[in-house]
Design a protein around this ligand. Structure first.
Ligand SMILES: Cc1cc2nc3c(=O)[nH]c(=O)nc-3n(C[C@H](O)[C@H](O)[C@H](O)COP(=O)(O)OP(=O)(O)OC[C@H]3O[C@@H](n4cnc5c(N)ncnc54)[C@H](O)[C@@H]3O)c2cc1C
Length: 310
């Protein structure tokens, strides 16, 4: 089939690759491409964060986990690396549903829990270096025969092909008149210091993370609902550093080399469904909130299944 995909973020490129692999002809139309998409700012640690519905996102995340691991270990994609991370919690709770699906997940011993917390767990999961991974996705898409045109789409009916797959991220607010979406602003700080393992407090109201990549560690974060400001704020940098110091007292501020901001495409639930618009089949795949990388391959495979059912 001839398929148009809207969007060249991690969702659009991963979906485009899977559709090409399934034998379709795919053309991506995107207003912005790497390095200017939200996906380029992602930290990016595999972790289902700020995303629903859990019964589906647990499955999509698990599928993505194993694909990222496969790319790293079997295809030698060097910008994906398995790293350890510890999440700290104020109260004991049930481990998340996906914890049963991944190879390394354990509850922390009392002496391993950071001061101020009473519970926690450790997992090993992929860390993805997005400034390298996004070009890698684009090249794979092009090598498989895909095409990319830069430009803004105002109406689904203006696109060629039998099916449109809509991976527009936050663009869904205007393109789909979707008022259940909003930006959740995230600021991050980059340091060359390595914490050894990642440290996390994933409650959106406090949100702390130190994500170790090979080149830098990404320090976060903020999760500011409905905030469209893409400018760096000094007060947020200070807040992030103070929060990270509480989990990582050895943090050395002289090693900081940059700051960045992105707007998470947040929605009550990921929208992954088929809609008929003016006789055109549109498959939506947007609204991945704080977990678009974590869900990317699982959602891409789901789109391929929906296309097959047409
Ligand atoms: C600070 C921060 C840290 C994050 N950390 C993580 C993390 O550790 N792990 C994780 O899994 N996720 C993380 N995320 C979330 C992740 O970045 C997003 O969920 C993901 O990037 C969404 O990808 P996407 O492809 O759906 O959207 P985007 O990357 O926003 O791409 C949307 C695409 O659609 C195009 N588009 C939109 N409207 C139109 C239109 N009308 N016409 C044409 N093109 C259009 C855009 O130009 C763009 O190409 C983080 C986000 C932020 C901001």
């Amino acid at each position: 089939m001839e398929i148009s995909v809207i969007g060249a973020g991690v969702s659009g490129l991963s979906t485009g690759i899977r559709l090409l692999e399934a034998g379709h002809s795919v053309h991506i139309f995107a207003e912005k491409v790497s390095p200017e998409t939200v996906s380029d700012t992602a930290a990016a640690w595999w972790y289902p964060f700020l995303v629903e519905p859990l019964n589906k996102t647990n499955r999509w995340s698990t599928e993505t986990f194993y694909e990222l691991q496969r790319l790293s270990e079997e295809e030698g994609v060097s910008c994906i690396n398995m790293r350890f991370g510890r999440e700290y919690l104020e109260e004991q709770c049930e481990p998340p549903g996906w914890s049963l699906e991944i190879p390394h997940f354990r509850i922390l011993e009392d002496e391993e829990i950071a001061s101020g917390f009473s519970f926690g767990w450790e997992l090993q999961a992929p860390v993805i270096e997005m400034h390298l991974y996004m070009p890698w996705l684009r090249n794979r898409f092009l090598d498989l025969g895909g095409a990319i045109t830069i430009g803004r789409i105002e109406d689904f009916t203006e696109l060629p092909g039998n099916i449109v797959v809509n991976c527009c991220g936050l663009g869904g607010i205007e393109l789909c008149d979707d008022d259940s979406m909003m930006p959740v602003r995230g600021q991050v700080v980059y340091t060359t210091q390595d914490p050894g393992y990642g440290r996390f407090d994933q409650r959106p109201e406090s949100l702390i993370y130190t994500i170790p990549r090979r080149d830098v560690t990404v320090l976060g974060g903020t999760a500011q609902l409905g905030d469209w400001d893409e400018n760096i704020r000094e007060e947020d940098t200070e807040l992030i550093l103070r929060k990270c110091e509480s989990l990582w007292p050895e943090l050395d501020r002289s090693k900081i080399i940059g700051v960045s901001v992105g707007l998470r495409p947040s929605r009550k639930e990921v929208r992954l469904e088929t809609e008929l618009i003016s006789d055109r089949t549109v498959i939506h795949n947007y609204g991945h909130g704080g977990a678009g990388v974590t869900l990317s391959w699982g959602c891409a495979d789901e789109v391929v299944r929906l296309v097959k059912n047409q």
